[in-house]
Design a protein around this ligand. Structure first.
Ligand code: FES
Length: 182
């Protein structure tokens, strides 16, 4: 979201994201595997990098990783399912994180989360059918004095009210619509 289009109280980290084809992502993965294939203990770092490249861990990528690191696929998938930070389901274009740290929780974070679940029709850890939004929770984003806080992508929204949520989500839907026309 351009800075001049943001509501007051919103700031964001620089975004380095750009459209990358699947072919390019697999080319990046091949480079990574060439670098890591002979390094002991490479599986978890490779999975982390792969998730950064794709946004999740596609089965095809897991097969390539298993082959390159000379491990059974079952070992690779076992590690993926053991650690909760790995995802095998594609994430939405926009990641919404609701802070449920103490300050945000007592100042309405729980109600904000419930409203988002209802508005989006998904639960925590899920993605909307149109792939626009994924929903997750966090434990303090460092802005406790301005609770309740949510993040959408790199944007931090402070003192969020349930009544603001439909309009807030619409801003990100508009952003996607604009992107898809270019
Ligand atoms: S508890 Fe939510 S920002 Fe700290």
């Amino acid at each position: 979201m351009p800075d001049d289009a943001k509501p007051a109280g919103v700031f964001s980290a620089p975004c380095a994201c750009q459209e990358v084809s699947e072919e390019d992502r697999y080319a990046q993965l091949d480079d990574i595997l060439r670098t890591y294939r002979n390094i002991p203990g490479a599986l978890i770092p490779v999975l982390q990098i792969t998730q950064t490249i794709f946004g999740y861990l596609p089965e095809k990528a897991l097969r390539k990783i298993a082959a390159a690191l000379n491990k059974p696929l079952s070992e690779v998938t076992g590690v993926v399912t053991f650690y909760s930070f790995f995802n095998t389901i594609p994430r939405g274009r926009h990641m919404i994180r609701v802070c449920l740290g103490t300050a945000c929780y007592v100042r309405g974070g729980k109600q904000v989360l419930a409203a988002l679940k209802e508005e989006l029709g998904i639960d925590v850890g899920e993605t909307t059918a149109d792939r626009n939004f994924s929903l997750d929770v966090g434990r303090c984003f460092g802005a406790c004095g301005l609770a309740p806080v949510i993040m959408i992508d790199d944007d931090v929204h402070q003192r969020v009210k349930v009544s603001q949520l439909p309009r807030l989500l619409e801003q990100y839907r508009d952003k996607q619509d604009t992107t898809s026309k270019t």
